[in-house]
Design a protein around this ligand. Structure first.
Ligand code: NAD
Ligand code: DAU
Length: 347
């Protein structure tokens, strides 16, 4: 019997992981702990919120007393830790918030788990991290699990710090752990401050498309449901102490990707070809902008048989359709605090 504490389950990736585990494993109890910050949204989980094996708790991973109570109340034996401040631009504006949640919050969970599990080996702390901890690549090569950590943004430094603490708890206290480091995700429910949903949203509403610098920065894109599948496989099949890189073998320069989105949405909305491209606006670059990320995902393929299930064309079509059919969600999450934040940035 698994009693799984999923942190950050109301966010983008977390909601797909929660849905997958709740529906595929009715015998597990999934406890979703989420603070519902601007990035967390219970609308992401409406379809499963009534399931018998699902419990939602609103709370902060940095609140030790509350987390400790949860471990006792639900007899937690597995943690899948996704809760984080996740947006690089926000980390440049407010690094302390990132240290607080991503480092101190993770450390708090580790402390509670160490105390509650007391040396047990039939338990697991599964930490979800990012390829950004490895820094930036030149025009060649890939990040492997052996690449040195060279984080460049306050976000990636805070994620690297949390990865190191998880590893240290494994080495020092014998806490069973696994870490996976994934490339850029895209898909339904992603908060529209990130590149793909921001561009989709702005193309739909005929707003300027802010491309940072010259747009010649490269990211490796993975459909979020493929990431959730990889997490499920790692949870069930990986050895403790392992690290896995997860990626799409799918590199795109930002400017080419934005142009592709313009073309696809123009087609989808029967607009004249080329009309949305006119919205592209080159804006001031992100400080410390990492040039290129690319993941070598051969270890997870070889050990666990995982590979992405959808092509980029399929994933983008599904994503564009989702945003077009969920205008209310989009309107809801972009109103209030976010609208002010965005307007201050660009308008
Ligand atoms: P997200 O910003 O969409 O969601 C984060 C969730 O964490 C939100 O629901 C938020 O309410 C919650 N949260 C934030 N602070 C909290 C706190 N103190 N206590 C409890 N809950 C809190 O993030 P995402 O894009 O879904 O990323 C999830 C995880 O995956 C993060 O750890 C991120 O570093 C990692 N990751 C993301 C990507 C990506 O491309 N999005 C890629 C690799 C790894
Ligand atoms: O690589 C994994 C990481 O991917 C995750 O750990 C992070 O949580 C996630 O936010 C993402 O980080 P990036 O910084 O790569 O994602 P973002 O969507 O913010 O930006 C992608 C690229 O697009 C990057 O080169 C910056 C650029 N960009 C972004 C925005 C929001 C623009 O040119 N214009 C924009 O408006």
């Amino acid at each position: 019997m698994k009693n799984i504490l999923i942190t950050g389950g109301a966010g983008f990736i977390g909601s797909h992981v929660v849905r997958r585990l709740v529906t595929r494993y009715p015998e597990y109890h999934i406890i979703n702990l989420d603070l519902l910050t601007y990035a967390g949204n219970l609308e992401n989980l409406r379809d499963i919120e009534g399931a018998n094996n699902y419990t939602f708790i609103k709370g902060d991973i940095a609140d030790k007393e509350m987390v400790n109570k949860l471990f006792h109340l639900y007899d937690i034996n597995t943690v899948i830790h996704l809760a984080a401040e996740s947006h690089v631009d926000r980390s440049i504006d407010d690094p302390l918030a990132f240290a607080r949640t991503n480092i101190m919050g993770t450390l708090n969970l580790l402390e509670v788990a160490r105390d509650f599990w007391k040396g047990r080996t039939d338990v697991l702390f599964y930490h979800i991290s990012t390829d950004e901890v490895y820094g930036s690549l030149g025009s060649e090569g890939f990040f492997t699990e052996k690449s040195p950590y060279q984080p460049n943004s306050p976000y990636s430094a805070s994620k690297a710090g949390s990865d190191h603490f998880v590893r240290a708890y494994g080495e020092t206290y014998g806490l069973p752990y696994i870490t996976s480091n994934c490339s850029n995700n895209y898909g339904p429910n992603q908060f529209p401050e990130k590149l793909i949903p921001l561009m989709i949203n702005n193309i739909i509403s005929n707003k300027p498309l802010p491309v940072y610098g010259d747009g010649n920065y490269t990211r490796d894109w993975l459909y979020v449901i493929d990431h959730a599948e990889a997490i499920d496989l790692i949870l069930h099949k990986a050895e403790t102490g392992e690290t896995y890189n997860i990626g799409g073998f799918n590199e795109w320069k930002n400017i080419d990707l934005v142009r592709l989105l313009c073309t696809l949405i123009d087609q989808r909305l029967n607009r004249a070809q080329g009309s949305s491209e006119k919205l592209i606006t080159f804006v001031k670059d992100r400080p410390g902008h990492d040039k290129r990320y690319a993941i070598d995902a051969s270890k997870i393929h070889k050990d666990l048989g995982w590979k992405p299930g959808v092509t980029f064309q399929q994933g983008l079509a599904l994503t564009i359709d989702w945003y077009l059919s969920n205008k209310e969600w989009l309107e809801h999450v972009t109103s209030g605090e976010y609208r002010e934040y965005y307007e201050k940035r660009y308008e």
